[in-house]
Design a protein around this ligand. Sequence first.
Ligand SMILES: Nc1nc2c(c(=O)[nH]1)N[C@H]1C(S)=C(S)[C@@H](COP(=O)(O)O)O[C@H]1N2
Ligand SMILES: [Mo]
Length: 510
Amino acid sequence: MDAERIGRGYAALAGSLAVAVTLGSAELLAAVAGARSFVVSVGDVVIDTVPGWLERAVISTLGANDKPFLIVSILVVSALLGAALGTLAARRLALGAAGIAAMVAVGVAAALADPQGSGAGAVAAGLIAAGTGVAALRLLLGAAQSGVATEPLPRPRDPADGGLASRRRFVGLAAGAVLVAGAGAWGGQRLAARKRVDAIRQAIRIPRPARRAPPPPAGAALDIAGLTPLYVPNDDFYRIDTALVVPQIDPATWSLRVEGAVDRPFTLTYADLMAMPQIEADVTLACVSNEVGGTLVGNARWQGVPLRDLLERAGLRRGATQVLGRSVDGFTAGFPTEAALDGRNAMVAVAMNGKPLPPEHGFPARLVVPGLYGYVSATKWLTALELTSFDEVDGYWIPRGWAKEGPIKTQSRIDVASRRVIAGVAWAPTRGIERVEIRIDNGPWREATLAEPLSDDCWRQWFMPWDPAAGEHVIAVRATDGGGRTQTAERTDVAPDGATGHHTIRVALT
Ligand SMILES: Nc1nc2c(c(=O)[nH]1)N[C@H]1C(S)=C(S)[C@@H](COP(=O)(O)O)O[C@H]1N2
Ligand SMILES: [Mo]
């Protein structure tokens, strides 16, 4: 085709539309073929390859919007690449076709790199989508070339000009392309949504645990408006993971391998796991990325199979010093084997607050290890436990600038500062909370009243009656753990092993 004869704007638009058709049809075809969405797969690769500092910066500026932002970015970049391909294709169609094929190849490669979804399906969907996209490019450029598009984008033309008809044709084709792209994306989403495991999950009966957690003692939960509940409901529980879409795992096809430096590696089905004796325990989970005063922490009642039982069944070999949890989505987290054997309630959890794990929190099974930050321990959508050493393998976050070992630091947080009361929570999992102190307007540290403890693995609520004068006040909190160690005032960043410092707030009371 003759570039001179096709307005650049038309060519670019044709290219973008052809890419949209490619992506939309790929979305639908991938869903039909049981493959992962190309766009989502590329997003996952981006998440896994961007440098740790950038990932942290994006999460801290965009918070929970980081994932939609990533998807939109991929679509915008694709549209721009499409525009560039369109102008190339106006000169030689083969260049545009090669460009579309290359883009699809990137999507297929990303989908293949993901252990979830059908690889053959991804290849088949990619081939057909590329063909569809190239056909769309041809048609659109053909329409653009046949007269209309010799002028920059839309300019009123003489009705007598024969270009009008072909411009109509271009506009019609463009509308068709938008329709095909939109319908493909929508259909793909609909099909993917049908794979959700909600119904299966709701039908699951959680067995009675062989060992129940004691009921929470009277006085463990304070009745203070605005105070974080002792048990955070599943729907409100903080969520942190690298999964762009929540893995939907049918327990019927799920399995858990115990392997590595063990004498008797084995694989369990979900039914096998559910048939093993289970324990129940209250455990506070915390994220290493939790800023001082932050909300990336929560307490729940978990139920599952003691990790120790699984490791004993496998028979630990010498050198099995790290337990590495592997997720179906490729995420890994490792912690000292000692934490599974020293008597704490480390478990492969199947239930959270009396319900099968929500998909967002790792259904059908995840690790819960009291006292360790989630990034080294709490693998969701767990599919393997690999016994290894810290020299051999690093978990996902370690090469991204986080410490190899991640014991949870003592932290305390002010949730409420009203005209009557100051209240909050404090946690030092496995060590417990011995004391919480409050300092108002740089006065002396004064002891707050502690609620009854749930367990040393959980946060503890606290309060202090307050009758403030009107005006501005600065309130700081610090906790002392069960070992008598008080939180340091020194402020450090969340990386590499968790923030330190006193949560300090400023309130204005009238
Ligand atoms: N598969 C998988 N498991 C994961 C993660 C992840 O990215 N992928 N993130 C971990 C981190 S950093 C934390 S803090 C906890 C958070 O668990 P939650 O989302 O249930 O609160 O999950 C851990 N388990
Ligand atoms: Mo985390």
